[in-house]
Design a protein around this ligand. Sequence first.
Ligand SMILES: C/C=C(\C)C(=O)SCCNC(=O)CCNC(=O)[C@H](O)C(C)(C)COP(=O)(O)OP(=O)(O)OC[C@H]1O[C@@H](n2cnc3c(N)ncnc32)[C@H](O)[C@@H]1OP(=O)(O)O
Length: 684
Amino acid sequence: MARYELVKRSVALITLTNPPVNALSSAVRHAMAKSMEQALNDPKVTAVVICGENGRFCGGADIREFAGPLRGPPLVPLLDAIEAGEKPVVAAIEGVALGGGFELALVCHYCIAHFKARLGLPEVTLGILPAAGGTQRLPRLIGIPAALELITTAKPLSSRRVSMLTTPCPPDLDALLEVVTMEVKKKARGVMAPLACIQAVRAAATMPYSKGIKRESELMATLFNSGQARALQYCFFAQRTAGKWTLPSGAQWNNSKPREIRSAAIIGLGTMGRGIVVSLARAGISVIAVESEKKLLETGKQMVIGMLERDAKRRGVSASLNLLKFTLSLQDLKDVDLVIEAVFEDMALKKRVFQELSKVCRPATLLCTNTSGLDVDALAGVTDRPHLVVGMHFFSPAHVMKLLEVVCGPRSSSETIATAMSLGKRMGKVSVAVGNCPGFVGNRMLKPYLDQATFLLEEGATPEQIDKALEDFGFAMGVFRMSDLAGLDVGWRIRKESGLTGPDVDPKNPPRRRHGRRYCPIPDMVCEQGRFGQKTGRGWYMYDKPGGTNAKPDPLIQNLLEMYRSRYAIQPRNISDKEIIERCLFALANEGFRILEDGIAARPEDIDVIYLFGYGFPRHRGGPMFYASMVGLERVLERLEHYHQAHPDVPHLEPSPLLKKLVACGSPSVQTWREHIKTMHSHL
Ligand SMILES: C/C=C(\C)C(=O)SCCNC(=O)CCNC(=O)[C@H](O)C(C)(C)COP(=O)(O)OP(=O)(O)OC[C@H]1O[C@@H](n2cnc3c(N)ncnc32)[C@H](O)[C@@H]1OP(=O)(O)O
């Protein structure tokens, strides 16, 4: 846990040895305390060097230990003792010095850092604050403005006995803190940890060290047991768990070898295709982009080049334009390692593309589809290599959004899945393996969520009221603003294709029940007026111009809602924010439980990661499944039963069997749900 060596008969070298990141677990703290004592007591030792094994100084406290009672020596006295020691202590930093690791470096009298080392205080991302002296020593060392920036983000430095310094303080401290508070509130709506960080730094500026450190620990005590801290720490592990896919066959992330992908092709240079080309080129992969018409090819080419050049400028690197080739001919794809189809969301068209690819590409080429919800296996079925077909569902804009759903068809081989997952990682995506069903995980869950929002409109709410409730909950965008951004015509087309709406529907009296369940025709009525969202300058809101982003409530929508309600004799009622949140989010989580039952997602963490990275679910709420567990499964069940009784024609509100089962088992923690799903069927 910490190795002690005497070097050159006078220097004690203490090496932290806790792979993979040398986290400060209780065993490490214990070993460090012992080693420090040995060094300080040995008259031969004139100086101490602390470093970490395997090129990593220290990743901070062991986050896994947060869930249990404190064991072993606490960190603060250990660090205070190092700082106060009579012998000079040097932190030799390679790799990372994060959180407690950085605070350890801060108490050392000298720091030597490799130029590639990353030093920072990421505690806020876990819903807590740097409570091993970080908020007290850092402002003393680098001043309030820089410390504030680092504590709410991350950065470097070194010195000695920092707690003895006075904090350099700007004359307009209150104004500065006010500005930072406003910024933090705007960026991280409702998140407690950054605000507590600001209070702790205020203490560094206004109190002596002994009082400041006390304030730091009080603030930490409030955060440490908060639901937000639990949610953010859950997210940290969920993100890492999500990459660890596993199939019922036993094939999984650590026993399936991905293929090396050197060249790829993208079919279709629409918004999605362009984003995927940029992501691939940025990852250093040669890309051939294919379009069906010269004009579309030229437009797509110019857009891709512009995107890559702007991106390279921002990152201070040169744009990898030499990796790109643009063509109108599928014949050019005969030698590529992998193809991603990103054509229009039309099954017949996609099938034609896959049949063509089967003929053109060499037999070993992987064929992937970027469909957002169509049957991946039906596409595999028209090829000569169903085992090499897999879904790679990117989210728009694909060069920005981190999420990638890797859709495993029943015939996708483990090597194919491993390759798609590994390619996603190489492109900097958070990849989650999911099963094949309409809408996969993300879009399948979106339906009940959107349905509830539109039912609430019928019953008396407005788009802005619903959006405000969701934004106050923490979503970056409410459901109607998000729909305007994505384009309302996409859902309209899908509803038409699935027979839910179309020319047979009486436009004057559209029925409110379709396919045997409640249906809200308002979204269709909005589309019939040519209101497709931001791109047309009108949607659920109005915008200054087509493509505008500044959403304003539109009196025409208000009129439409009033006329609609009076046509169907609906008496509008006052709807509380609580009802909005419960109906939208419990319906969302309820579908998540069904997805787990159906074996479309392997674990709740996968669903939560999809919602965090693909749908703007607030991280400090942990994701829909974690949120349900925090509310209490019993309460979620009771509320769903209540709403289902009030709306029996909405099957999505009927509590899922898995939710009932978990409640019957005493509402176990989200991390153990998997044990209760084990016996169920898996589509992965
Ligand atoms: C009070 C609070 C105090 C004093 C604190 O210090 S709070 C902790 C502050 N530290 C952090 O938030 C750092 C968290 N870790 C990371 O950001 C990254 O893991 C890393 C930059 C250190 C390394 O990144 P990378 O090389 O990509 O590796 P992974 O992220 O995949 O991690 C490898 C495995 O190590 C586990 N891990 C990482 N950090 C910790 C930690 N601090 N405590 C416990 N475990 C940690 C991580 O979960 C991975 O585990 P497996 O998935 O492989 O099982």
